[in-house]
Design a protein around this ligand. Structure first.
Ligand code: ADP
Length: 324
């Protein structure tokens, strides 16, 4: 292995730049060349590459987003598209690829590896934390901090006006952001896809919390929750069926994806970049680098994609106890 390519693909997340920096500097440390590939698989098929040395990644560890840009690519899902990508890599003498992205990007990397026997290594970058084989994906911790800050601010208004707030947070079809931020932000109820409370339990819980003397409430709603009503319909439901509530809705949206990465994400990204490059050097391929028991561990890409990260049942119980 003499030259490694690095790209960011799919949804962006904080910590991707810190991971790019780590990959580039680990290459430099081991005397390898490194190329950055712009716009994920799109740039890979076009040969949109840039040589990166240790100095070219200065000043980015604290920046959100990705300097290499990210994209989604339909063409890479075709055999012809992947052939183009392979030709560009061979043309530029790149002989290993680090893919920073989510499960879609890993699926692409895995298929590419199987077709061309090209060494690939994945680094999980997504705020949703929906990848198996790592307790934390890059950007998850930063997103949590952003969400908790937002909940704290909304709580000021909720308690000044005795309001009930439904706050929708991201997470695709998993509830990791909702559960963790909900516990940290002291939410009265947390609606996640993994555990469908049902409307009745929600009503009951709101009534109980009011009876216990609480004058304002915050309910965190994961975007993928299964209660069967979106956040605006939930407000309507409470307006129509429960008297005495002044209900407001807040959808946090894309602010959750960006921002300067937390200390945790920067450290994690630095560790993952080193592990990814050194694993390729050791001849390993088709794995994802992950954090398990505070160690860097490799998980086959296939398992990382299919395994689905599980919700923390102990934390779910803590959340139930905290809302008593
Ligand atoms: P994420 O990586 O954040 O989950 P996406 O699901 O959008 O984001 O996937 C990113 C890109 O990965 C897609 O635009 C596509 O180019 C590539 N990809 C996803 N699934 C496949 C697949 N089955 N075959 C080849 N490439 C894929």
């Amino acid at each position: 292995i003499k030259k490694i390519g690095v790209l960011t693909s799919g949804g962006d997340s904080s910590g991707m730049n810190a991971a790019i920096r780590s990959v580039v500097r680990t290459c430099a440390f081991h005397g390898l060349e490194c190329v950055g590939i712009y716009r994920g698989y799109e740039g890979l098929m076009e040969g949109d590459f840039i040589n990166l040395d240790a100095r070219s990644v200065k000043g980015i560890i604290n920046k959100g987003g990705t300097i290499l840009k990210s994209a989604r690519s339909e063409e890479f899902k075709t055999k012809e598209g992947r052939q183009k990508a392979y030709d560009k890599l061979i043309e530029s003498n790149v002989d290993g690829l680090v893919v920073i992205g989510g499960d879609g990007s890993f699926t692409g990397a895995m298929i590419f590896n199987q077709e061309f026997d090209f060494p690939v290594m994945g680094i999980p970058g997504t705020i949703d934390n929906d990848i198996f084989g790592t307790t934390h994906t890059l950007g998850f911790d930063t997103a949590l901090n952003t969400v908790v800050e937002a909940i704290d601010k909304i709580r000021d208004t909720a308690s000044s006006h005795n309001r009930l707030f439904f706050i929708e947070v991201m997470g695709r079809d998993v509830g990791h952001i909702a559960l963790n931020a909900g516990v940290a932000g002291g939410a009265e109820e947390i609606l996640i896809p993994e555990e469908d409370l049902g409307l009745e339990r929600l009503e009951e819980s709101l009534r109980r919390s009011r009876k216990s003397g609480k004058s304002s409430s915050i309910v965190i709603v994961a975007e993928g929750d299964k209660i069967g009503k979106n956040i605006f319909e939930l407000k309507e439901y409470v307006d129509e069926n429960m008297s005495g509530y002044d209900v407001r809705v807040s959808v946090l949206g894309h602010m959750q994806r960006g921002g300067s990465p937390s200390c945790f994400d920067r450290v994690l990204a630095s560790r993952m970049g080193v592990k990814a490059v050194e694993s390729i050097l050791e001849g390993k391929t088709n794995f994802m680098v992950g954090l398990l028991n505070n160690k860097m561990e490799l998980t086959p890409l296939e398992n990382a994609i299919k395994g689905k990260s599980k919700i923390n049942l102990e934390l779910l119980r803590v959340s139930d106890i905290m809302t008593t």
